[in-house]
Design a protein around this ligand. Structure first.
Ligand code: COA
Length: 165
């Protein structure tokens, strides 16, 4: 393989996934801060979400690390669920961890009898939209001016859906 191909070949990381609980509140808050979201979550808010029985949170870990390098969190209501957040640490992106994490999450929710999973994503968030398309989500709606931007403008949200089971 030529040097140019090697340079641009993407590194794939082997991630293992597992459930997160209140003990991971600080790590979840720190990861959420890396997500580039307008509203940050503090560790107390993360602890409350992690303790909520209607919220399912999974992390992705590299090797034997006990700290996750990414997480996904969904809230369940009857046989539907909504993704509240998904983040992979900035330095670990584009190496397959987001896909590993979300695929495991879809399998877990499906096994728990969830029929449909929804989410909202900022219209210009190409990496997240690419990941969701890759895992079979389709756009079912658009919310104009949904996200406040640092410059005072507002961005539209796409509503996406994935049927499970
Ligand atoms: C979205 C996010 C979780 C993806 O995690 P990741 O580990 O980088 O994703 P992966 O490496 O598993 O990529 C899986 C697929 O997603 C798509 N994708 C990921 N990053 C992309 C990018 N920068 N541009 C375009 N597509 C991208 C690709 O289809 C990719 O498959 P490929 O690498 O075979 O082409 C990560 O970018 C992130 O944490 N972003 C900030 C937080 C955020 O925006 N969360 C979503 C809120 S709705």
């Amino acid at each position: 393989m030529g040097w140019l191909q090697s340079l641009f070949r993407r590194r794939r990381a082997t991630g293992r996934t597992g459930p997160l609980d209140v003990r991971h509140a600080r790590q979840v808050a720190a990861l959420h801060h890396q997500g580039g979201f307008a509203r940050l979550w503090d560790p107390g808010e993360c602890a409350a979400l992690l303790a909520d029985r209607a919220v399912v949170t999974e992390g992705v870990f590299i090797g034997s690390a006990s700290d996750p390098c990414g997480f996904v969190m969904s809230r369940i209501a009857a046989d539907e669920a909504e993704i509240l957040s998904i983040v992979v640490a900035g330095s670990k992106r584009r190496s397959g961890l987001g896909q590993t994490l979300l695929a495991a999450h879809l399998a877990l929710l499906g096994a728990r009898g969830i029929g449909r999973l929804f989410l909202e994503v900022e219209e210009g968030n190409a990496s997240a939209i690419g990941l969701y398309h890759r895992l079979g989500f389709e756009t079912v709606g658009r919310r104009e001016g949904y996200y406040p931007k640092p410059d005072g403008s507002r961005a539209a949200a796409l509503v996406m859906r994935r049927d499970l089971g």
